[in-house]
Design a protein around this ligand. Structure first.
Ligand code: T46
Length: 135
């Protein structure tokens, strides 16, 4: 599935008779050098996360176990996608409000980011984000 907001990239697969092996390599699935990797797991039932945008950060989100619904909003349009495969990742560029919903109990969402953690890069107020996005 492709749209302006939802950018999915295929993760190269190197599995064989022993099982699966997925590779996220610069110049392949990763269009940016990775400076940080984090993963979200053990999410409590009914909990949603995100509710912010980034001013500069670029990320690739890969759901390596279970499933999660990710929605993106650019200030005008909102689209969502279910991530439930370690063979595809969602690229999230700057200037997009993101929310994560419907985590399965076994969900492990791995995120590759192009910068270290910086709280100053976050916009956590939705109205402020909309003003920023529609400037
Ligand atoms: C994003 C979505 C997809 C750190 O100290 N270092 C880190 O690298 C991260 C990611 C978070 N934190 C701290 C900041 C908060 O005190 O961990 C706490 C939880 O972070 P937050 O509430 O921002 O988590 P999510 O799941 O709402 O959002 C995260 C990322 O922060 C964000 O960049 O795009 O996942």
């Amino acid at each position: 599935m492709a749209s302006e907001l939802i950018q999915l990239v295929d993760i190269p697969q190197r599995g064989d008779f022993r099982g699966q092996l997925s590779v996220a390599e610069l110049g392949g699935a990763l269009p940016f050098p990775v400076r940080r990797v984090y993963w979200i797991h053990g999410t409590k039932p009914g909990v949603s996360r995100g509710f912010h945008a980034h001013m500069e950060l670029r990320q690739l989100c890969v759901c390596v176990a279970g499933s999660v619904r990710l929605s993106l909003f650019d200030g005008r349009r909102e689209e969502s996608v279910i991530l439930d495969s370690s063979t595809r990742g969602l690229l999230i560029g700057p200037g997009l409000w993101r929310e994560m919903h419907d985590f399965s109990p076994d969900c492990v969402l791995m995120v590759f980011a192009d910068a270290e953690y910086d709280e100053a890069d976050y916009i956590r107020d939705r109205e402020q984000f909309i003003s920023h996005a529609l400037r």
